[in-house]
Design a protein around this ligand. Structure first.
Ligand code: NAD
Ligand code: UDP
Ligand code: UDP
Length: 314
């Protein structure tokens, strides 16, 4: 099986590549422009005969011969996707169009990593796949939310019009080793702050909720979706729901009991609640997450301590 992973130098992508490379029958090609990803995440595979890394921007056409495409390329942290919103929407729209054109030409199956952000600031809770969402089309998050919504539309139009085999995962907040240290997402922020002994910055009001999935569970869900028979969209996420204050308290207790928790200003359009209904993933993929937040945070702490050069005391 020859497999293309776009965005494979990023956080989730590099863990997916590790898992795909474990199967000796797979050849893996990564296409990435290194906007938020890094070669470092893939260093153990560089030079491997079944692995190839291409510096490529998915907004440009790509000619390769593959059987499967995992299409992840897109910055996922709000700081990075808001940094150049026009580029973000091009990546989502033109990038997905190009990968679908590629899938059509070579007859490959393609999986899109969509997002829980397609539900916007959701009015139903927990979110099921049949919910159409509550998204501001002109807000500062829209380049990402609406970009992914168009990407999903393109996937289904290519499926209906050209018979392309598609898979759509709606990913909920995911965390784990290799997240960018200054990536701006909440789990990486809190862990880095706790290790550096800086206050944990809870954005107001702090009662907003998220549900956090450990990256190995996520990768397992993505591969099951690709290998299964369902197009999706299917929610992949951990239904354990936490307020940001609870998350900060957990990080404080597990990583640095001395650290202070402070309230800071929030950014516009922050969704107030988010929790996946994973009935479909359970029934159709036989998948559910195994790693609880309190077990996953210490695994991530190890990696952050190494990269920050701050060993644990004692
Ligand atoms: P990430 O930022 O670590 O990885 C994204 C990768 O895509 C990076 O390596 C980046 O360099 C690359 N990239 C960005 N724009 C590109 C372009 N135009 N051409 C080629 N490569 C490009 O993010 P991640 O957390 O690993 O997210 C991976 C995917 O999962 C994204 O599609 C994201 O939208 C989706 N997702 C992630 C989360 C999460 O919590 N991590 C939640 C929902 C959805
Ligand atoms: N494309 C690509 N790689 C391929 C085939 C197509 O990047 O192997 C791009 C192509 O450049 C086009 C997009 O995918 O911009 C959509 O291709 P499709 O064939 O569906 O549409 P068309 O080229 O007819 O507009
Ligand atoms: N957040 C926070 N402190 C931070 C970063 C984020 O309290 O230092 C909050 C943010 O307001 C949001 C939640 O954490 O309610 C998740 O934000 P993140 O950027 O990680 O991901 P999102 O789910 O918003 O894409």
């Amino acid at each position: 099986m020859r497999i293309l992973v776009t965005g494979g130098a990023g956080f989730i992508g590099s863990h997916l590549v590790d898992r795909l490379m474990e199967n000796e029958k797979n050849e893996v090609i990564v296409a990435d422009n290194y906007f938020t990803g890094s070669k470092d995440n893939l260093k153990k595979w560089i030079g491997h005969p079944r692995f190839e890394l291409i510096r490529h921007d998915v907004t440009e056409p790509l000619l390769v011969e593959v059987d499967q495409i995992y299409h992840l390329a897109c910055p996922a942290s709000p700081i990075f996707y808001k940094y150049n919103p026009v580029k973000t929407i091009k990546t989502n729209v033109i990038g997905t169009l190009n990968m679908l054109g590629l899938a059509k030409r070579v007859g490959a199956r393609i999986l899109l990593t969509s997002t829980s952000e397609v539900y916007g600031d959701p009015l139903i809770h927990p979110q099921t796949e049949s919910y159409w969402g509550n998204v501001n089309p002109i807000g500062v998050r829209s380049c990402y939310d609406e970009g992914k919504r168009v990407a999903e539309t393109l996937m289904f139009d290519y499926h209906r019009q050209h018979g392309i085999e598609i898979r759509i995962a709606r990913i909920f907040n995911t965390y784990g080793p290799r997240m960018n240290i200054d990536d701006g997402r909440v789990v990486s922020n809190f862990i880095a702050q706790a290790i550096r002994n800086e206050p944990l910055t809870v954005q107001a009001p702090g009662t907003q909720t998220r549900s956090f999935c450990y990256v190995s569970d996520m990768v397992d869900g993505l591969i099951r979706l690709m290998e299964g028979e369902n197009t999706g969209p299917i929610n992949i996420g951990n239904p354990g729901e936490f307020t940001m204050i609870e998350l900060a308290e957990n990080v404080k207790e597990l990583i640095n009991p001395e650290v202070e928790i402070i309230s800071v200003e929030n950014t516009p359009d922050d969704p107030r609640q988010r929790k996946p209904d994973i009935t479909k993933a359970k029934e159709l993929l036989g998948w559910e997450p195994k790693i609880k937040l309190r077990d996953g945070l210490p695994l991530m702490e190890e990696d952050f301590r190494q990269r920050l050069g701050v060993p644990r005391k004692n």
